[in-house]
Design a binder for this molecule. Structure first.
Ligand SMILES: [Zn+2]
Length: 234
């Protein structure tokens, strides 16, 4: 990590051991997330005291629970204020290669074949997803969303993790599973309907991957790109 200016606190995977900070915070306490959401929608540099090029300890401790704060404090911001550097986690060198990403997705595809119904759809989405003009972070996100392997509250509960309830952090009404979080939560759904007006008539949402397939086959590659990019932003 460098000066933290190009790293978004919530959207980027910058804390070792924490894949999705938004969900980690949500799993801990919805209230905390609501109160501090403005500060969290900032760059990591906002957590660094520029006079000493080190973490603003009181801010880090106030924003995060102990586990996350400790993980943050183990990171060393650049003492000389260098730019941040992105490392690809699936190569020891940290350097991103197209071949490496291809291998990673292929592994996911093979491991998904154990689930026949979803596996068939995963194979169909493989080529379109791979060919999209998206960053590798968004492709990994899209792939995991299609596989339903994002850390939603429903998934965390399935893995026996102790979280403070299963309701969606935004609407507080429905169980936060992947389809709800990325598609059906009312404010999110409203955005989808506005964006995909041409598909609205036939817009049957049953799962993230089937919606992606529907958009691809009835829409276009550009629309599928927008679909994944927008979902990534939620
Ligand atoms: Zn909701």
């Amino acid at each position: 990590m460098g000066n933290g200016r190009s790293i978004h606190i919530l959207r980027d995977a910058w804390i070792p051991g924490i894949r999705n900070l938004r969900y980690e915070l949500c799993a801990g306490s919805c209230n905390q997330r609501d109160e501090q959401v403005c500060q969290l929608e900032d760059q990591v540099s906002s957590l660094i005291d520029p006079s000493i090029n080190w973490w603003n300890l009181s801010k880090v401790r106030a924003l995060f629970n102990q586990k996350i704060a400790d993980a943050v404090l183990r990171l060393h911001p650049s003492a000389s204020g260098d730019m941040d550097k992105w490392l690809w986690g699936h190569e020891k060198s940290g350097i991103f290669f197209v071949k490496s990403a291809y291998r990673f997705f292929k592994t996911c595809l093979v491991s998904d074949c154990g689930e026949p119904s979803n596996g068939a759809m995963m194979k169909k989405i493989w080529n379109p997803l791979w060919g999209l003009k998206l960053s590798h972070e968004v492709k990994v996100f899209a792939w995991r969303a299609c596989k339903k392997s994002l850390p939603t509250k429903a998934n965390l509960i399935n893995r026996k993790l102790d979280i403070s309830g299963q309701c969606c952090c935004f609407c507080q009404h429905q169980v936060e599973d992947l389809t709800h979080a990325l598609l059906l939560c009312p404010p999110v759904y409203e955005i989808w309907v506005r964006k995909f007006t041409g598909l609205q008539h036939d817009f049957h949402i049953s799962s993230f991957i089937s919606t992606a397939m529907e958009i691809f086959f009835k829409g276009s590659t550009n629309e599928l790109t927008d679909f994944f990019l927008m979902a990534w932003g939620f």
